[in-house]
Design a protein around this ligand. Structure first.
Ligand code: UD1
Length: 352
C-alpha cells in the first residue's frame, strides 16, 4: 500500500468532510476521519462505509490536541492531510471570537506542528470565499483583494497567511481551497448536510420549510441590485466540491509551495431561483416572506473558476436542479416515510 493514499481528514464527519471522505474512499484512498462531533454525528461514518462498500477509520478528538494528532499521523502512516475542522457560523464568530480563533487558528497551528514533527508536508486547507469580503469586482478570481468582514472570515484569512509563511519556510505543498456556497447531497440520499446546530445557510433552511419543520423562509432582502432583487450566490454541488479535493490532493503530490484555488461553478443564482428550483424538485411549496437584508450580506458573489480548471483540471459538473433534487431526496428520506413527494400540494398541481 502506498503511503500517499492514506489521507487524514480533520473535521471528517462534517458536511464537506463526509462527502469528500466518500469521494476519496470510492477512488481507492484510505481515509481516516478525525472529528470532535461539535456539529456533526458519527453516523455519517457508517453512511460512507455503506455507500462506498469500503472501510474508513473514525477517531473522535479535537484539532487542538497536538499529541493525539501526532499519534494519528504516525499510527495510520498518513501521507497527506485535508484540514476541514473548524467553526463556520458568521454570527457565532461575532459573539464568541475567542472560540473561533482558538478552533480555527490554534487548531491549524497544532496540526502544522504535528505534521512537521511527523515529516508530513502535503496539506489541503478548507478556506472560504468569505476571505474576499465585499466583492470589488465580479467574478472573483484568486487575485481579488482579501478583506474579510467578520471574525470567522478573518480566522480563515489568518490561517491562509500562516500557511503561506510555513510553505515559504520549508519543503511543503499547501493548497487552500476557497469554497463558494456548497449545496446538495450525495446522490444515494444516504449522506447530506446534517448540522446538529440550527442551520442558517439557505438550502438547509429551504429544506426545513419543504419538510414542514419551519413555517416560512425569510428571504433577506429583495432590494439588491440583482435581476430579481434577492442575493445572488455561486452554489456548488457538494459532490463537485468533494471531487475538487481529490484534484487538489493530486496537485499537492507533485507541487511545492502555496497555492489558492476558488471552488465554485462560476454561475450565480438568486435566492428566488433557488427556491423555485427546490419547489420543482421537491414538489413542495416553499412559503417565503421578504425581510430586511441580513447584516454582512452582499448583493452578488460568484467565482472565476478558470485557475482551478486550468491547473487542477477540475470543473463543477452538476446543476442547481441536481443540488435541490439530491438535498430533497436526502432530507425527505431522513424525515421518514410520512414525507411523500406525491402527497404534496404542488406535485398534485403539477401532475394535473
Ligand atoms: C454564509 C456566510 C459565509 C460563509 C458561508 C458558509 C454570512 C453573511 N456569510 O455565506 O461567510 O462562508 O455561509 O457556508 O453569513 N438567505 C436567505 N434566507 C435564509 C438564509 C439565507 O434569504 O434563511 C440568503 C442570504 O441572504 C444570501 C443567500 O441566501 O443572499 C445565501 O446565504 P447563505 O447560505 O447563508 O450563504 P452566504 O451568506 O453566501
Amino acid at each position: 500500500m502506498s503511503r500517499n493514499t492514506n489521507i487524514l481528514l480533520t473535521g471528517g464527519t462534517g458536511y464537506i468532510g463526509s462527502h469528500t471522505a466518500l469521494a476519496l474512499t470510492s477512488r481507492g484512498y484510505n481515509v481516516v476521519l478525525l472529528d470532535n462531533l461539535a456539529n456533526s454525528s458519527a453516523e455519517v461514518v457508517d453512511a460512507v462505509r455503506t455507500i462506498s462498500g469500503r472501510d474508513c477509520t473514525f477517531i473522535e478528538g479535537d484539532i487542538r490536541d497536538g499529541s493525539l494528532l501526532k499519534d494519528v499521523l504516525r499510527k495510520h502512516q498518513i501521507g497527506s492531510v485535508i484540514h476541514f475542522a473548524g467553526l463556520k457560523s458568521v454570527s457565532d464568530s461575532i459573539e464568541d471570537p475567542i472560540s473561533y480563533y482558538s478552533t480555527n487558528v490554534v487548531g491549524t497551528l497544532e496540526l502544522l506542528a504535528a505534521m512537521a514533527s511527523e515529516g508530513i508536508s502535503k496539506l489541503v486547507f478548507s478556506s472560504s470565499a468569505t476571505v474576499y469580503g465585499v466583492p470589488a469586482y465580479l467574478p472573483i478570481d484568486e487575485a481579488h483583494p482579501t478583506s474579510p468582514v467578520n471574525p470567522y472570515g478573518r480566522s480563515k484569512l489568518h490561517c491562509e497567511e500562516i500557511l503561506r509563511d510555513v510553505a515559504a519556510a520549508g519543503d511543503w505543498s499547501i493548497v487552500c481551497l476557497r469554497y463558494f456556497n456548497p449545496a446538495g447531497a450525495h446522490e444515494s440520499a444516504l449522506l447530506g448536510e446534517r448540522p446538529t446546530s440550527r442551520p442558517n445557510n439557505l438550502l438547509p433552511v429551504i429544506s426545513e420549510v419543504a419538510l414542514g419543520q419551519s413555517a416560512t423562509l425569510q428571504v433577506y432582502g429583495n432590494d439588491y441590485d440583482t435581476p430579481d432583487g434577492t442575493g445572488v450566490r455561486d452554489f456548488i454541488h457538494v459532490m463537485d466540491l468533494a471531487e475538487g479535493h481529490e484534484a487538489a490532493l493530486r496537485f499537492a503530490e507533485t507541487s511545492r509551495g502555496f497555492e489558492t484555488f476558488n471552488l465554485g461553478t462560476g454561475q450565480g443564482y438568486s435566492v428566488l431561483e433557488m427556491v423555485q428550483a427546490y419547489e420543482q424538485e421537491s414538489g413542495r411549496s416553499i412559503a417565503r416572506a421578504f425581510s430586511p437584508r441580513r447584516p454582512g450580506d452582499v448583493a452578488s458573489c460568484y467565482a472565476d473558476t478558470s485557475k482551478a480548471s486550468q491547473v487542477l483540471n477540475w470543473q463543477a459538473a452538476r446543476s442547481l436542479h441536481q443540488m435541490c433534487a439530491s438535498s430533497w431526496a436526502n432530507v425527505s428520506a431522513e424525515a421518514g416515510a410520512h414525507v411523500e413527494v406525491s402527497d404534496s400540494p404542488l406535485s398534485k398541481i403539477v401532475d394535473q
